[in-house]
Design a protein around this ligand. Structure first.
Ligand SMILES: Nc1ncnc2c1ncn2[C@@H]1O[C@H](COP(=O)(O)OP(=O)(O)OP(=O)(O)O)[C@@H](O)[C@H]1O
Ligand SMILES: [Mg+2]
Length: 227
């Protein structure tokens, strides 16, 4: 079943002399439950693609279907709700709220929606992430790897249709990056989560089911890995 489809997606920044075509007519579909790595040189358009898929920014042209919604046509308000409920975004620098403890940071998407947390799911996530004894700590009281695990927890709390990670291990040492990738793989296998992961690390990319290479805003290779 297709979870995501990009139909001639283009993103142009600026105009005149400063015009940059960051994405040039991207066509792409991803099935539910796939684990996809996105690779390519710096400036090739990887983050731009992830931002469009996550509803953080809008395409200049083309359509993006997630499940049965064309997100390029959503109003600002509906797009904000889509972002919160349907996608989990994980960045290189964890983007946690410094004044909220671990529990609140993870539950934030639910709290913003005025929803009551599912305590069983919360407890399963924090146990899996090895954060159960850090729930009352602030982000500044955690290691980099722990902070990234909180960001993963926050991304997973809503059971999003799509988990998007932009170089989530870029700021971590080898051990913590391996742990982070293991947790992404675990959420993929345990929760059948669809994952799109941008990485510069070839070893990490080779763990994915499929590797998409972007060059100058175009997909130049799309390879399903044989196991
Ligand atoms: N807000 C913006 N305004 C203008 N140009 C932008 C903006 N964001 C990105 N670009 C340009 O779009 C192109 C693609 O950028 P993008 O951030 O998607 O690259 P990337 O593949 O993620 O690179 P990196 O590996 O360095 O993170 C680059 O040429 C960049 O300069
Ligand atoms: Mg980037």
């Amino acid at each position: 079943m297709q979870l995501l489809t990009c139909d001639n997606v283009t993103k142009i920044y600026g105009s005149g002399e400063a015009k940059v075509t960051a994405l040039d007519q991207i066509n792409l579909s991803v099935n539910k439950g796939e684990f996809v790595a996105i690779v390519g040189a710096s400036g090739s358009g990887k983050s731009t693609l992830l931002h469009l898929l996550g509803g953080v920014d809008r395409p200049s042209g083309g359509k993006i279907w997630i499940e049965d919604t064309d997100i390029s046509t959503l109003s600002e308000e509906k797009l904000a709700v889509f972002r919160r409920r349907k996608v989990g975004l994980i960045y290189q620098f964890y983007n946690l709220i410094p004044t909220l403890d671990v529990r609140k940071n993870i539950l934030l998407p639910l709290l913003l929606d005025g929803r009551k947390p599912d305590e069983a799911r919360f407890s399963e996530i924090v146990t899996t992430l090895g954060l159960a004894d850090r729930l009352n700590h602030l982000p500044s009281q955690l290691s980099g790897g722990q902070q990234q695990r909180v960001a993963i927890g926050r991304a997973l709390i809503y059971r999003p249709a799509l988990l998007l990670a932009d170089e989530p291990t870029g700021n971590l040492d080898r051990k913590n990056s391996e742990e982070t990738v293991e947790l992404l793989k675990l959420s993929h296998s345990r929760y059948r989560q669809t994952v799109l992961l941008i990485t510069h690390d070839e070893k990490i990319a080779l763990e994915a089911d499929r590797i998409i290479t972007i060059e100058d805003g175009k997909i130049v290779s799309d390879e399903v890995m044989k196991r």
